[in-house]
Design a protein around this ligand. Structure first.
Ligand code: DO4
Ligand code: MG
Length: 286
């Protein structure tokens, strides 16, 4: 089962449950559960969502629905250098900082960084951005953990940690500028609730980048290649840190296009994660 934020037939924001590609709108007026966050905070989001199905709205096919980014006021954080591929590409990108990336890959403490506030997030179909002052840019396709305010893992979605490699590579102290800016994070299309997600060993991640008719990059990885467990990342995130509205944690990229590749405006980024679906975003710059 999945939960999503959608536009209803009148164009208003709504929350929906998805099963077998059928979208059922939820009735959130006037009751105890008034938002996606309220449902995610409940003890049993799947049961609550079933209970909230609005019988007066006709079910719709997923292809007939506009999806919005699946969050309300959650912060977005991200883990880095959690796959060997990310470690080796960062070490090439910044020779002066190579040892830091090598060390953080092996260390107990993971790299965790603040990635985005909700207003910097692009939902399905909305543009993600390349910074106007960056010349080497990539999408980073990442499994995103959806966590309640008590850091309970309630679901999973797809994240795109857009990154400016030239800025990060010039000096690792520029990381926040390479990572955090308007439309720096793609998210969606829906949240797969925890009981419906395949086990980590069975989850593949695929990235395709299209430029007009041409596929200019494609790559894949598997969650089992990740160096750390979900719980390890969650435990470190929660150390001395509170998230009253919940938090979404991107788990790092295992797919990095080669040095000769940079995104261009007009490209279309497609990220597919087994058990969730495909997140598609066009790319703009400036
Ligand atoms: O250290 C830089 C960021 C790493 C990152 O975003 C990733 O590995 O996904
Ligand atoms: Mg990343």
């Amino acid at each position: 089962m999945q939960l999503a934020r959608i536009l209803d037939p009148q164009g208003n924001n709504a929350v929906a449950l998805i099963e077998n590609r059928t979208v059922r709108q939820l009735a959130l007026e006037g009751g105890q559960y008034r938002s996606l966050t309220d449902i995610l905070e409940s003890g049993d989001p799947a049961a609550i969502a079933q209970f909230l199905i609005d019988g007066s709205q006709r079910p719709r096919e997923v292809d007939d629905v506009t999806f919005l980014a699946p969050l309300d006021e959650q912060e977005i954080w991200a883990a880095g250098v959690t796959y060997i591929r990310s470690r080796s590409e960062r070490m090439k990108e910044s020779q002066q900082a190579a040892s830091f990336y090598a060390q953080v890959y092996e260390a107990d403490r993971p790299e965790l960084f603040f990635k985005a506030t909700p207003h910097r997030v692009a939902g399905p179909g909305q543009p993600v951005r390349i910074r106007s002052d960056a010349s080497w840019n990539v999408p980073e396709p990442e499994l995103a953990l959806v966590l309640s305010s008590r850091l309970r893992l309630v679901g999973y979605t797809i994240g795109n940690d857009m990154s400016s490699r030239d800025i990060e590579g010039a000096n690792p102290l520029y990381l926040p500028q390479a990572k955090v800016y308007d439309a720096c994070c793609g998210l969606g299309p829906a949240i797969t609730l925890r009981p419906s997600m395949p086990p980590p060993e069975e989850i593949g991640i695929r990235l395709a980048i299209r430029r007009g008719e041409r596929m200019v990059f494609h790559g894949e990885t598997q969650i089992k290649q990740m160096k750390r467990t979900y719980q390890d990342l969650i435990d470190y995130l929660g150390r001395d840190n509170s998230f009253p509205k919940g938090v979404i944690l991107l788990t790092g990229t295992g797919i990095v296009p080669g040095d000769d590749f940079t995104l261009q405006r007009g490209d279309v980024v497609e990220i597919t994660i087994d058990g969730i679906g495909t997140l598609v975003n066009p790319v703009v710059q400036g």
